[in-house]
Unconditional design. Sequence first.
Lengths: 284, 277
Amino acid sequence: MKIADKERIISNILLLTALSSIGALALITVFIFVEGLPVILKTGIFDFIFGMKWKPAKGIFSIFPMIAGSFAVMAGAMMVSVPFALCCSIYLAEFAGDTARKFIKPAIELLAGIPSVVYGFIGVTVLVPFVKNYIGGNGFSVLSCSLVLGVMVLPTITSISFDALRAVPASYREGALALGATRWQAVKMAVVPAAGSGIIAAVILGMGRAIGETMAVIMIAGNSLIIPLSPLDPVRTLTSNIALEMGYASGAHRQALFATGVVLFIIIMGLNVLATRIINRAVK
Amino acid sequence: MNARAEEKLAVNILRFSASAAIAILLFIIAYVTYKGAGSLTLEFIFDAPRDMGREGGIFPAILSTLYLAALSTLIATPLGVGTAIYLTEYTTEGLTTKIVRFGSDCLAGVPSIIFGLFGFVLFVIYLKLGWCLLSGALTMSFMILPTIIRTSEEAIKSVPYELREASFSLGATRWQTVTKIVLPEAVPGIVTGVILGVGRAISETAAVIFTAGSALTAPESILESGRTLAVHFYIMAREGISMDKAFATALVLIIFILIINVITYTLMNKLIARKKA
């Protein structure tokens, strides 16, 4: 075989492997939609999304309480995580010494490595009783869930914002310092605004993580089918609805869980695409 | 408030936040160690569970976990490294690379429960594999693919261009250059990605429980169901089977994760040191 032929074959094989990730994404989309769409279309898109009743035994499938639940815990998690993560990333990128950074950065990244079931379990054994005894409600609540999710998405937001802050040219800092600003003023007025789009992308990806998290949420959220009106109310999210009932669902019920997955998938993909757009625009 | 005082206050708040993050991590590790260390014995590690896990150990779960991690990285690594080679060595930035990157980025953001649903319907039902380690590993390999692509790409990019030029000037083909020059240099970075993938496979629950199932027996082939450590821990904790054993299982999980993080951290540092040199 000629060398050129061999090279062309290799190149084509590599191209095939390179298409594996987009292929996987396409497969996932197709299978989730094929399984889930019939129920959505049968119920009607509007009724499926905005209806209040989820009664699998009667074949009634509407998921508004879970959509509200997912967004409630996501919003709560962001309230915890965004300020926390921003402080961590600004400290790491702008103020920490090399030694401190070498120690703190991997430690925060390690938080992302802790399995979500472990977060869930610690939430149940430590946080839920704490909320119940000192704040109110029965502990299984939007509040407990938000606190745990806030810690879980901390590494995502911190490390992406860190990269964004690091990418700000040194001249921004030097310019501000030369004008007599303190280091904090330079960070606040020049560096953080310059890293703004990267930080926003980090927050959006964090939102996706929070909405997509499953195991910890099942264990802490209480899973009641109501629209949470107070932070102490229990809540069921889109993800926990799927994971809770998947074990025993069949027929139309199972398809309805895939339909829940379709809505979850669309929300998450929307957030991902938004974040990627923002990052790409910032790079240009 | 003058600027100096404001700066002092701000830096203190920032430092406090970073310390709080560390404190949370240390608390998690300390709490699981404190609650789990009492039941973590050699018998616990090497015994089979009895009475749904109330008695005995977790050896079958450790086996299932290792099989699943090994199998999923075995599937994902060639695909991921192949993708990285294609992106860095065989093409220039254009529509194809854009599509590949989009696919990889989006795949990285797909929540694990969606992978679980997908793996269940494709592998368990449609391909009739049933709940088994192979279904679990195929699902997990999709999940860890983006990590392996990203780390391998960075590793390959960090290989100095002069090495390739030297190789080409000796008459080597592109493929010879890749396999004999570039890949050996990029191994530490690729290994980092693979180990990160192992870490995800070990700690994953939602995607595994619906694809690999939760059989308590030690799997004898990849076509049998197996319960990984994370799944075992989840079932024990959720059904309140045994809190002591659940914590001990969590401790084993955390020890695995710590070891994995130490290895990747050391490899990364070596890589960074080489880049600077």
